[in-house]
Design a protein. Structure first.
Lengths: 389, 383
């Protein structure tokens, strides 16, 4: 026969101070755990969202980031005629790009941070279809005009519509603001690749990467094959989404390792707290337990009842912890992306899956914290416990 | 001290609880030390940067080059003692995961300017004479198990041609400062210029210069930047610590994040201890009343309860910090390449112990005062 759950509810309430301590210990741990994972998740999601499944990025063979790549105009001309590359009325859907960084003052601190400035072809919006202009207009080819991502617009002073900014030795007018759906492009500033090349005194007709829109996601293999078969080309072809996913691994790993370690150590502390609470619950209620057993509740029922109590505390703690960090969801922060030497804004991203693993973590802590005290409660000899004062 | 026995007896009456509370303390102090160490690792570059050094980069951005011809012009500015130039190489050893910074250096002047990075003289002579020679920081050497004499292939595609560059490891440098950057890989300017295409020659990534007098920094920095205004390569000169702090800031609010976690941990810990102490006192109301009845003063009861809390805090604190001392080097190796070296300084240890004692005192004071104030008659009547 099982002991009614209402008994546990009342007992949690009767020792509310210890219960609250245990609940807060677990809530804090779950909070840190979920917050760290959501940070890593957000970072990865931001970069992954930058890539599209039916785009391919081409860089010099062996280059792992655009910064270290170089690709000539001749190569681009060969690639753009490949049947795997989609076309529209204006020609092949390919954007040849250069990336540089330029320092802009952060609104928050006033200190400079590097912004990635990307020179693109004028038809870039037909290739990166997740990007659209939300204010103003696209830049005019050949003019020193900029369109800025929404995060760059919010994070740095000066990058506002209609403003003129100086960098790289040129004067640039901000003519538009684009929204890239929370991807890494949102932290970037875009300009005409040729103009940017010119202003930065880069060698002409050498780009750093080219991104093409494929006729279909499956056409990637076809493009890879023809690029590697052509002796004039020395290029690597990546699916855009894979390229960006790979860029996120180092930072994601750092956050996960650090966060995981902190959460693990905190979990030990929280289990200690839960153990303490449950043991004092057991020792304070020695007579109660003995009475129940004398009434005919079996050992397993007592163990079960105490476990329920511990799990209840853990459950409340888990829910509180999750609720507390839920406020962080969508909160934007930024860090340096070492692949590009530039600042990248990203948001805490809390998914239902993360919340579930947070709850699971809480219940595991409750289980560990409750099991030993529950067993010791059930093992006490009835007669001795009843005689105790 | 004569009550030590009594305190110990009290602590061992519920051994399990004492162990768990000590454990909570140990866990919290371990976390404290770990977070402090990580925070230190992020910010250290700025802390130990030479006060008498300036870094000169292209005003446009760090990735734009500066002409090598600036060197002589800069040296003519009064107050400049010595100058060296470095270039970012950005190669890959075996796999991208194995990131470490590679600099092309100016062997003639590197040691005068970077005097805290110490290379034994014989190794340095060998390096200077060897066109494909390389010097590496101790931490990177340890990470990949490199020994002097090893041949190290590094793939690089940044400079025009794809290809593997071969280096002979001629020396290993150590930093004079604890936790200084021992991850860099240096190689010869001549070898670099010999292999890169024409358009990269005659340029450098940045200059580092040493001043005669650190107080001169603002004047010299301004003089340098003024010299090159309106040239096609304008400069931006700042002190090495400002330069390093700029990178740290770009990491985002790591500091805030760490402080937040730290406060969550401590708040929780305070609750746990306070609660345990309260339970312990509550259970012993009768005993404490007896002590009072046989002549213990109110004050000595307070001291007794407080001493118990402080003892728990002390033991827990020492335990936690001790584990941290053992674990930090292990963690540092596990995170090699992801984070700068982790250093557990005596300052962190003493701050940790002081915090532990403070929390112990705060946790013990309420129940202690309660015990001090209780009236003997009431306490003895309550069973």
């Amino acid at each position: 026969m099982a002991i009614p759950v209402i008994y546990n509810l009342r007992s949690v309430r009767a020792r509310w101070v210890s219960s609250i301590v245990a609940v807060l210990g677990i809530a804090g741990t779950v909070g840190v755990f979920v917050a760290m994972l959501s940070l890593a998740n957000g970072f990865r999601a931001t970069l992954v969202a930058s890539g599209s499944n039916d785009n391919a990025i081409l860089m010099r063979a062996g280059a792992t980031a655009e910064m270290m790549s170089g690709i000539t105009l001749e190569s681009i001309k060969i690639v753009q005629d490949d049947p795997a590359v989609a076309r529209d009325s204006s020609g092949p859907l390919i954007t040849s790009e250069v990336v540089v960084v330029a320092p802009f003052p952060l609104r928050a601190t006033g200190t400079n941070a590097n912004v990635q400035v990307r020179g693109v072809s004028a038809n870039v919006l037909t290739i990166r279809r997740n990007v659209r202009i939300v204010q103003g207009r696209m830049f005019q080819p050949g003019l020193s005009e900029l369109v800025v991502g929404t995060n760059a617009n919010k994070t740095y002073s000066g990058l506002t519509l209609g403003n003129t900014v100086d960098f790289g030795g040129g004067h640039w007018r901000v003519v538009g603001i684009f929204d890239a759906g929370g991807s890494a492009f949102d932290s970037e500033v875009w300009a005409d690749a040729r103009v940017l090349d010119d202003v930065y005194k880069r060698p002409t007709n050498i780009y750093q990467s080219a991104t093409v829109h494929l006729t279909s996601p499956a056409a990637l293999q076809q493009l890879k094959d023809s690029v590697s078969a052509d002796p004039r080309l020395n290029l690597d072809v990546f699916r855009e989404v894979d390229y960006y996913a790979k860029q996120s691994t180092a930072m994601t790993r750092l956050i996960t390792v650090l966060g995981g370690l902190v959460a693990f150590v905190m979990a030990i502390g929280a289990v200690f707290g839960a153990l303490n609470t449950m043991y004092s619950a057991v020792s304070e209620r020695g007579r109660e337990i003995a009475t129940m057993r004398a009434l005919g509740f079996g050992g397993p029922a007592v163990v079960f009842s105490f476990l329920i109590e511990a799990l209840l505390i853990a459950f409340i703690g888990g829910v509180l912890g999750c609720l507390a960090v839920l406020r962080l969801n969508g909160h934007t922060t930024s860090t340096i992306n070492w692949q590009t030497f530039s600042n990248l804004a990203f948001a805490f991203r809390i998914t239902p899956g993360l919340l579930l693993s947070g709850m699971f973590f809480a219940l595991v802590m409750g289980l560990i914290g409750g099991l030993l005290p529950a067993i010791s409660a059930a093992r006490r000899p009835i007669a001795v416990a009843l005689r105790e004062l | 001290m004569k009550f030590l026995h009594l305190i110990l007896a009290n602590l061992s009456r519920k051994k399990l609880r004492t162990i768990l509370t000590v454990g909570s303390f140990a866990v919290a102090l371990f976390l404290f030390a770990f977070l402090a160490v990580v925070k230190g690792a992020f910010g250290r570059g700025a802390d130990i940067a030479g006060a008498d050094r300036l870094v000169i980069i292209n005003r446009i951005s760090i990735i734009q080059p500066l002409p090598l011809s600036y060197r002589d012009q800069i040296l003519r500015i009064p107050g400049v003692k010595s100058i060296t130039h470095n270039n970012w190489f950005g190669g890959v050893y075996q796999d991208e995961k194995n990131f470490f910074p590679q600099f092309v250096i100016d062997p003639e002047n590197q040691r005068q300017v970077m005097s805290e990075l110490i290379v034994p003289d014989d190794q340095w002579q060998k390096f200077v004479a060897d066109r494909q020679g390389a010097i590496v920081g101790a931490r990177t050497a340890q990470r990949f198990g490199w020994k002097i004499g090893d041949r190290i292939p590094i793939k690089n595609v940044s400079y025009g041609t794809s290809g593997t560059w071969e280096f002979n490891l001629d020396g290993i440098y150590h930093s004079e400062h604890t936790g200084g950057d021992e991850t860099q890989f240096w190689f010869q300017w001549d070898y670099f210029e010999e292999r890169v295409p024409e358009r990269f020659k005659g340029n450098t990534g940045w200059y580092v210069l040493r001043l005669n007098n650190p107080d001169d920094a603002p004047r010299v920095a301004k003089a340098i930047d003024d010299t090159f205004t309106n040239s096609s390569y304008e400069t931006k000169t700042e002190t090495e610590s400002a330069f390093a702090a700029g990178w740290v800031k770009q990491f985002g609010n790591i500091e805030l994040l760490i402080l937040t976690i730290g406060s969550v941990v401590f708040f929780t810990l305070l609750l746990i201890t306070g609660n345990t102490m309260a339970i312990a006192v509550r259970e012993r109301v009768g005993e404490l009343a007896v002590l009072k009845a046989i002549g213990f003063s109110d004050f000595s009861i307070l001291v007794l309860v407080l001493a118990e809390a402080l003892l728990i805090a002390l033991v827990g604190g020492i335990l936690g910090l001790g584990v941290a001392m053992l674990a930090v080097p292990v963690l540092g190796n596990a995170l090699n390449g992801l984070l700068p070296e982790l250093v557990l300084s005596p300052a962190i240890l003493s701050l940790g112990l002081a915090t532990a004692l403070l929390i112990g005192a705060a946790g013990g004071i309420l129940p202690g005062v309660g015990a001090m104030r209780m009236r003997v008659v009431n306490a003895l009547r309550r069973v």
